[in-house]
Design a protein around this ligand. Structure first.
Ligand SMILES: [Zn+2]
Ligand SMILES: [Zn+2]
Length: 103
């Protein structure tokens, strides 16, 4: 057996739309529906007990990058994440037309 296949971090199936998401270590949301789960208190710490669905509410440009604002449907917290290269462009452009979220 040649070559060790090292599994890249956390592949997961999106709870919202069922897309199999290939984790690359940076993936924190579903590229299809842009939802994620409220698992972090601080980014990446996985220490939240909420586990609500974080739904995208708006996309805002910040300098050269775009940020997705997501609101947790269980506890209402709003977080922002970077748009990833393989994200759903139609949904991104739709969300870009929505004004800044109230945070
Ligand atoms: Zn999804
Ligand atoms: Zn939450």
């Amino acid at each position: 057996m040649g070559g060790r296949f090292k599994r890249v971090r956390e592949d997961f199936t999106c709870d919202v739309c069922g897309t199999l998401v290939k984790g690359n270590g940076f993936t924190n949301h579903c590229p299809n529906c842009l939802c994620s789960k409220h698992v972090d208190v601080m980014p990446g710490d996985r220490s939240s007990k909420c586990l609500g669905i974080m739904r995208p509410i708006s996309v805002q440009r910040r300098g050269n990058s775009k940020m997705i604002y997501q609101r947790c449907e269980r506890c209402g917290v709003v977080k922002r994440v970077n748009v990833a290269e393989n994200d759903n462009v139609e949904l991104i452009s739709h969300l870009s037309t929505i004004d800044s979220p109230i945070i």
